[in-house]
Ligand binder design. Structure first.
Ligand code: UDX
Length: 481
């Protein structure tokens, strides 16, 4: 257990526990910055795997806890078993670490720990907090609609159990049925015959948009949802969303939830500091400076998603054939190296010339705020979606897995600020989507709606706005512990 930075202050301390992935570290550290600006001391308890960079947050304390993850598992793409293992491995070291912190605060008269704020996927924190008699709060980093749609999967299955087996008390039979029903649900999504039917009560989601995971078995997936959404002893839920975007979903959730919900997002708008795990390549900003205002398509699929060999070529030639300037983030490991080299020898770079810029990782929020950027081709991770909306940038949505499909559907059908690429992308379809967004009247209308949404969000985070008010209520709650 390594104490990387000592932090002293007279204000109460908050212990933050992020899930060690970029899309989860960002909102947790942004929340930490906001709460620090309100007077709290912040200590981040993090795993050795993907540990955050303390120098980006000199005002925080950082404590590394051993995660006991083998290299073999870390390199595996199996996210759900990985999260489950993380929860199994981290409980004991986390508890020991907290006990030391409490001891130290008593001996050295340090600020006392007011509460533990943990990512919903680090659910082991709940039991530890209870054990050490500290209050805890959950941070949800995906959309409220994702929560409702994951719940709907559980409900669909539960209803299936009732319909076919009546009020059977045979729990094992019910669980087996649930699993086989989920398997058939998986088949709808992944054996090609996708269902276009709308899910009852979840407009505008179709069955194919439900955020199931294609990785692991249905049992693991079902267990994952149950674990992250189980009502435990936490005192509240902080949500990185807001009323402007998701009020009906949030109201529905609040009805079902015993504790208060605090939709204080988008967090990055209030706390802009970087928490990037990969070095940002600022040369793309220099390239953007040379482009005409409002002309560039920014392309990035976030920190986890990858594209297969065929898709890479289709994306590349769709971009080249559209003749629109583009800035493309190709994260190391997200594309097949051989295929990429092949593309280069096939003349892709020559075809694009100065019209394209490719980097390994970009300062995304700066890029989206840049006047040269006109559109964003995104995988619709929740952070990217929020970052694009709050800068008024319309999107081409190419969801890859999980919650991204829910977000993409909301971008294209609810907020109507984007075009969704359905199924496997093909260069002609890509070229048409780019032109629709960047050139056509349809894209202009989306841009206008995106600008309106941006303005409403800006108002919402200022004094009198709902996010602003929820933040104050959250602080009152923490101070009452
Ligand atoms: C993961 C899941 O994949 C996503 O579905 C879920 O909603 C959140 O957790 P990720 O795929 O990385 O996240 O996507 P996203 O939520 O968009 O987060 C990516 C973050 O990386 C964003 O904050 C973005 O600004 C940042 N980023 C991305 C960069 O800083 N530079 C880049 O070049 C690309």
């Amino acid at each position: 257990m390594e104490m990387e930075k000592e932090h002293r202050s007279s204000h109460p301390r908050l212990v933050l526990v992020p899930l060690p992935f970029q899309g989860h570290i960002n909102p947790m550290l942004q929340l930490g910055s906001i709460l620090h600006s309100k007077g709290f001391s912040i200590t981040v308890l993090h795993t050795a795997f993907n540990s955050p960079i303390p120098s980006n947050y000199p005002e925080f304390g950082f404590v590394s806890i051993p995660d006991n993850l083998s290299e073999q598992l870390i390199s595996a793409d199996d996210l759900l078993p990985f999260i489950s293992l993380l929860n199994l491995n981290c409980g004991v070291p986390f508890q020991e670490c907290l006990a030391k912190m409490v001891q130290k605060q008593e001996v050295e008269n340090e600020p006392s720990i007011a509460c533990i704020v943990y990512d919903e996927c680090m659910y082991f924190c709940d039991a530890v907090a209870k054990y050490v008699k500290l209050p805890s709060i959950v941070l949800r980093t995906t959309s409220a609609s994702t929560y409702l749609s994951r719940n709907a999967i559980l409900q669909l299955k539960a209803e299936g159990v009732l319909n076919s087996q009546g009020t059977s008390t045979n729990i094992q039979g019910a669980v087996a049925y649930l699993i086989s029903a989920l398997e058939s649900l998986f088949n709808i999504f992944y054996l090609g015959s996708t269902s276009q039917d709308l899910v009852p009560g979840l407009h505008p989601l179709r069955f194919k948009d439900l955020p199931v995971s294609k990785i692991g078995t249905p049992e693991i997936f079902l267990q994952f949802i149950t674990n992250i959404y189980k009502t435990r002893t936490s005192s509240a839920i902080i949500w990185n969303t807001n009323d402007v975007l998701e009020q009906p979903s949030l109201q529905e959730i609040q009805k079902q939830c015993e504790v208060g919900i605090f939709p204080v997002g988008p967090l990055h708008e209030v706390a802009p500091a970087s928490s990037s795990l990969i070095k940002e390549d600022n040369s793309c900003i220099t390239w953007l400076e040379k482009q005409k205002q409002n002309t560039v398509l920014y392309v990035s699929l976030g920190s986890v998603a990858s594209v297969d060999k065929k898709e890479l070529g289709e994306m590349a030639w769709g971009l080249a054939n559209s003749k629109q300037p583009f800035l493309w983030v190709i994260r190391p490991g997200s594309v097949d190296d051989q295929e990429w080299k092949k593309l280069l020898t096939e003349g892709f770079v020559e075809a694009v010339g100065e019209n394209g810029c490719i980097v390994k990782w970009a300062p995304q929020k700066e890029v989206l705020a840049h006047g040269a950027v006109r559109g964003f081709w995104t995988h619709c991770g929740w952070n990217s979606t929020l970052e694009s909306i709050s800068k008024g940038v319309p999107m081409i949505c190419k969801p890859c897995f999980g919650d991204q499909r829910v977000n993409g559907r909301h971008v294209s059908q609810v907020w109507r600020i984007g075009i969704q690429l359905e199924n496997m992308c093909e260069r002609g379809e890509v070229e048409r989507a780019i032109k629709r967004l960047m050139v056509d009247k349809e894209g202009k209308e989306m841009r206008q709606r995106a600008k309106n949404l941006k303005e409403r969000i800006q108002l919402d985070i200022r004094e009198g706005g709902s996010s602003y008010n929820y933040l104050n209520k959250l602080i009152e709650l923490i101070m009452s512990f």
